[in-house]
Design a binder for this molecule. Structure first.
Ligand code: NAP
Length: 266
């Protein structure tokens, strides 16, 4: 069987490094190139802390696509760079698997359109942790029976956005099935501003930021005489890699645009 030829953008980043290891350890994938801001002409294996690899590093993305002719691009960079890479990959009919977060609704609409014009599969997943996606799905299942719910998300203190995209997505998925209601006592009053967290259609989201954390979320449901807690913890960035693998394998079999790993997990 022919190996899936993969280019990774952002190989020196925290996520990119894990993706390089995933691809190099796989028997069904071949790392054919990497795209970085520097190290043009070097090989991935020349970088400190990387395993043996002859894949060339390029600073010019189009040149990389032309010379390596990959099947799949894995992008783990920044929103602006990731958008340029995804758009360009689709123009070359290379299938993007994008973990980079921060795309706007307009960006996503443009990529979906391009994807359909080019008849090329594309998966964009703001959370590749399969356990986190299941936590969201289980929460939606529970919300039908437990409309009283609070979401507590916990992340490292370098995270820029609050609440996390995963918390907002969880709230949206819950809102699809939850009977609308305002959480807590109807006369409740905050004596310290923000004590009850952010309000999403009457449910509350609380954001914790501490060094030592990676990415964690707890969805707590309450009803008469019982609570139900669904929690997911990412202790290491390797937790995202089974989702990257699932996305690569899936994108090779489809020509559609998919936003969110929950749409490819049954
Ligand atoms: P990071 O450690 O800052 O890595 C980003 C990498 O992109 C850096 O090595 C950076 O190089 C490189 N880069 C910047 N401009 C580039 C360019 N023009 N061409 C090629 N590479 C370029 O960040 P990270 O923690 O790995 O996260 C990367 C992205 O994934 C972020 O958007 C983050 O929010 C997202 N993320 C997604 C998931 C998920 O499950 N989907 C999980 C965690 C994080 P320099 O350092 O030299 O600038």
């Amino acid at each position: 069987m022919e190996k899936v030829k993969i280019v990774i953008a952002g190989p020196r980043g925290r996520m990119g490094k894990e993706a390089v290891h995933l691809v190099l350890q796989s028997e069904t994938y071949a790392l054919v190139g990497a795209v970085d801001r520097k190290y043009e002409g070097f090989k991935v294996g020349d970088l400190d802390g990387f395993p043996e690899s002859d894949a060339m590093i390029y600073t010019d993305f189009e040149k990389c696509l032309q010379e390596t002719e990959p099947d799949v691009l894995i992008d783990l960079t920044t929103p602006e760079v990731g958008m340029f890479h995804t758009r360009t990959a689709l123009k070359y009919k290379v299938r993007p698997v994008v973990g980079t977060t921060g795309f706007s609704d307009e960006d996503l609409a443009e990529l979906e359109q391009l994807c359909s014009e080019q008849e090329t599969g594309c998966i964009i997943a703001p959370n590749f942790a399969v356990g986190a996606v299941l936590m969201m799905k289980f929460s939606r299942m529970a919300a039908k029976y437990f409309p009283d719910v609070e979401i507590i998300e916990l992340h490292h203190d370098q995270k820029l956005d609050a609440p996390s995209g995963t918390a907002v997505k969880t709230a949206q998925m819950i809102a699809d099935v939850r009977e609308a209601k305002r959480q807590g006592h109807q006369d409740e009053k905050e004596t310290l501003h923000g004590a009850r967290g952010a309000d999403y259609q009457g449910m509350h989201i609380h954001s914790v930021r501490l060094p030592g954390l990676i990415a964690h979320q707890q969805v707590m449901f309450g009803a008469d005489g019982q609570t139900l807690t669904i929690r997911h913890d990412s202790y290491h960035r390797s937790s995202f890699m089974s989702g990257v693998k699932l996305a690569v394998d899936t994108v090779m079999k489809m020509d559609a645009f998919v936003y969110g790993l929950e749409n490819i997990i049954e």
